[in-house]
Design a protein around this ligand. Structure first.
Ligand code: HEM
Length: 382
C-alpha cells in the first residue's frame, strides 16, 4: 500500500451520520437556485484590483521568462494584462523574490485554516471541499480552441464570472483565502486558489499533487463567458463536450469527478442537496464504490433531479455522476478506480495537476518541474 493510501485510510472516519444531515440545507432555503446568473448575497469579489502583483513576483523568479512572455504575447488583451502587471513586477522584484519555501509557508497557512470549519460549525468540519471546488471552477473554464479561460488570471474575482450560476457559494472560499492573500501579498490569486486546491487534497488524505507557481492576475475583461462549467442535470454527451473542450479524455473525466468523494451539495448554492459519501472530509475512492455497489433511485422531492441511495436515503448522486456508470467507456474506469485506490490516486493527481495549469502559458511558470509541497504531517521532516 502506498504512503498516500496509508494516510488516507488513517483518516477514513465516518463523519456524516447517515441520518438527518441531508435535509438541513433544504430547510435553510427551499428556493433553490440552479443555474441562475444571480449570485447569493455577498458574492461580489472583495478585490477588483487590476494591478495584482502576485504572479509577477513569480515571474521575477522565472527571471527573463516573464519578459519573454510579455513581448511574445500575440493577444493584445494578454499583453495589456502582462504590461500592467509588469510595471508592478519591477517593484516587487527589487523588494522580494519568493522561493519554494515561501510558497510552502502559504501552503502551511492554508492547511491551518482548513479545520477552523469545525469550530464554526461549517458543513462537515473542513473548508477543504469548497476550496477544491474553487480551484476547479477557476481552472475548468479553459477552452483549448481559443486558449481562453483557465486558472491564469483568477477572473472569478470579477463580476460577471463571480455571478455565474455554477459559482454560487464560492465567495465563501474566496473570502476565506483573502486574509492569506493579505499576509502573503506577493502571491497571485490564481496561484493561491490552485495551491489551496492542492492543500485540500493533500491534507484530507489524498495523493500528492504536483504544483508550480506562475499565474498572473488579470483584468475583468478576461472573464470567460458563462456556460463553460458542467451542468449537473445533463448527460454523457454534455460531460464529454465540456471536458474534451479542456483537453481531457474519458479516463481523466472519471478520475477528476471522483473529487466528489469530498464535500456536499447545498440547496442554496446549486439546488442539489447532500453528500456523496459517508466520509466527505476524506479523499477516498468511496465515490466509485458507492456508485457501483449501491442501488440508486431518483429522489422524490421538490428540487432538481438527483439520485439517492435506496438503503439509507442519505447519500446523493448528480445526474452527471450517474452517467459514469451508465456509459460503457466511463464505467470501465469507475470499476478500475473502485477496485484500486492507488491507481485512482495516481490518475487523479496527474489529472488535477494538469487541470490547475490550464490556460497558463508554459513560459510563465517559474520552474519546468512542478513541485511537491509538504503536507502538514511532514512539515518537520527534511
Ligand atoms: C460533470 C462534472 C461536474 C459537475 C456537474 C459538478 C457539479 C457539482 C455540484 C452541483 C456541486 C454542489 C455545489 C454546492 O451545492 O455546494 C459540486 C460540488 C463539488 N464539486 Fe463538483 N462537479 C463536477 C466535477 C467536479 C470536479 C472535476 C471536481 C474537482 C476536481 C469537483 C469538485 C467538487 C467538490 C470538492 C465539491 C464539494 C464542494 C463543497 O462541499 O462545498 N467537481 N459539484
Amino acid at each position: 500500500m502506498s504512503f498516500a493510501a496509508l494516510r488516507a485510510s488513517a483518516r477514513r472516519v465516518n463523519v456524516v451520520a447517515p441520518s438527518a444531515r441531508v435535509s438541513r440545507g433544504a430547510l435553510r432555503n427551499p428556493a433553490f437556485r440552479k443555474y441562475s446568473t444571480e449570485a447569493p448575497q455577498g458574492s461580489a469579489p472583495k478585490s477588483n484590483n487590476k494591478l495584482l502583483i502576485g504572479g509577477v513576483a513569480a515571474a521575477a523568479i522565472g527571471g527573463v521568462a516573464f519578459w519573454v512572455y510579455t513581448s511574445n504575447s500575440s493577444s493584445a488583451r494578454e499583453a495589456g494584462t502582462a504590461l500592467k502587471s509588469g510595471a508592478q513586477a519591477a517593484k516587487v522584484a527589487t523588494n522580494f523574490v519568493p522561493s519554494k519555501e515561501d510558497y510552502q509557508k502559504v501552503y502551511n497557512r492554508i492547511a491551518e485554516i482548513l479545520d477552523a470549519a469545525a469550530d464554526k460549525g461549517y458543513d462537515d468540519g473542513s473548508y477543504g471541499p469548497i476550496l477544491l471546488r474553487l480551484a476547479w471552477h477557476a481552472s475548468g473554464t479553459y477552452d483549448k480552441e481559443t486558449n481562453t479561460g483557465g486558472s491564469n488570471y483568477a477572473t472569478m474575482r470579477f463580476e460577471p464570472e463571480a455571478k455565474h450560476g455554477a459559482n454560487n457559494g464560492l465567495n465563501i472560499a474566496r473570502d476565506l483565502l483573502e486574509p492569506i492573500k493579505q499576509e502573503f501579498p506577493w502571491i497571485s490569486y490564481g496561484d493561491l486558489w490552485t495551491l489551496a486546491g492542492v492543500a485540500a487534497v493533500q491534507e484530507l488524505g489524498g495523493p500528492k499533487v504536483a504544483w508550480r507557481p506562475g499565474r498572473i492576475d488579470g483584468t475583468a475583461d478576461l472573464c470567460p463567458p458563462d456556460g463553460r462549467l458542467p451542468d449537473a442535470t445533463q448527460g454523457a454527451d454534455h460531460v464529454r463536450n465540456i471536458f474534451y473542450r479542456m483537453g481531457f479524455n474519458d479516463q481523466e473525466i472519471v478520475a477528476l469527478i471522483g473529487a466528489h468523494a469530498l464535500g456536499r451539495c447545498h440547496s442554496d448554492r446549486s439546488g442539489f442537496e447532500g453528500p456523496w459519501t459517508f466520509s466527505p472530509t476524506s479523499v477516498t475512492n468511496e465515490f466509485y464504490k458507492l456508485l457501483l455497489n449501491e442501488k440508486w433511485v431518483w429522489k422524490k422531492w421538490n428540487g432538481p433531479k438527483q439520485l439517492e441511495d435506496k438503503k439509507t436515503h442519505s447519500l446523493m448522486m448528480l445526474p452527471t455522476d450517474y452517467v459514469l456508470v451508465q456509459d460503457k467507456s466511463f464505467k470501465k474506469w469507475v470499476k478500475a478506480y473502485a477496485d484500486d485506490e492507488d491507481l485512482w490516486f495516481k490518475d487523479f493527481s496527474a489529472a488535477l495537476s494538469r487541470l490547475f495549469e490550464l490556460g497558463v502559458p508554459t513560459q510563465q511558470f517559474v520552474t519546468p518541474e512542478a513541485w511537491i509541497m509538504k503536507s502538514s504531517d511532514e512539515k518537520d521532516e527534511n
